[in-house]
Write a protein that binds this ligand. Structure first.
Ligand code: DC
Length: 221
């Protein structure tokens, strides 16, 4: 089964490039961050702090997370409700990062990720795909860019959508999330030795896609 794994910090362009690669190869795209966001959203809705491990472990066995594929791609369901849009709210980002530190949360979601990867050719992006979820994936990439470049892109993206954006605050959030994601005890974000490092800092999304596709095709020959 063709499994392509892409890890990297927030805002490096993983989802854009992973979606484009999946489309080009005619395979699925699995956004694993969406799963952590859905569990984070559940905690918010229940009024539970995403850092309160005991409380999170109480509701966790009763949460149903499903991934479904529709014409426009992957949708994420929380207890039967499509929350694909709701999980993109800014307040869910930090909560997802906090809740993803809890090993029980990771184990539940990793099981679902591995099941999807075992049954489908898929491109997955996340933080621990190359190191923990699928260490034997066919192709492994670490996609990154400096925090300043990622913050600038995010700011421009929000402004282009007519939303307000404060570069300094966005940069501080990115640095905070990077630290959180790469310093947790269980499955932190890290570049494995066998992952191909791609710095998207001075590359367009299209260049990144083509560069990765060249590696993938070489591997598939
Ligand atoms: O990729 P994202 O920003 O949507 O992910 C949200 C949070 O989920 C991120 O801050 C860290 C966590 N995450 C993780 O720990 N492991 C993954 N494989 C994917 C995301």
């Amino acid at each position: 089964m063709l499994n392509i794994a892409i890890d990297g910090p927030s805002g490096a362009g993983k989802s854009t490039v992973a979606k484009a690669i999946a489309k080009e190869l005619g395979i699925l795209y699995l956004d694993t961050g969406a799963m952590y966001r859905a569990v984070g959203l559940k905690a918010v809705r229940l009024g539970v702090s995403c850092t309160d491990e005991d409380k999170v472990k109480e509701f966790l066995p009763h949460v149903q997370i499903d991934v479904k594929y529709q014409e426009d791609g992957m949708h994420i369901y929380l207890d039967g409700e499509d929350v694909s849009t709701a999980i993109r709210e800014h307040y869910v980002s930090k909560c997802a990062s906090d809740i993803s530190k809890i090993p029980a949360v990771r184990l539940k979601l990793v099981e679902l990720q591995r099941e999807i990867a075992a049954n489908n050719p898929v491109v997955l992006d996340g933080r621990d795909i190359t190191s923990y979820v699928l260490p034997h994936a066919n192709c492994k990439f670490f996609l990154t860019a400096s925090p300043e470049i990622r913050a600038r892109r995010r700011t421009d993206e929000l402004l282009a959508r007519g939303q307000s954006a404060d570069y300094d605050k966005i940069l501080a959030d990115i640095i905070d999330r990077d630290y959180n994601d790469s310093h947790r005890d269980f499955c932190p974000l890290t570049q494995t030795e066998d992952s191909i490092l791609v710095d998207s800092g001075n590359m367009s999304a299209d260049e990144v896609k083509e560069y990765m596709l060249r590696h993938i095709r070489k591997h598939m020959e």
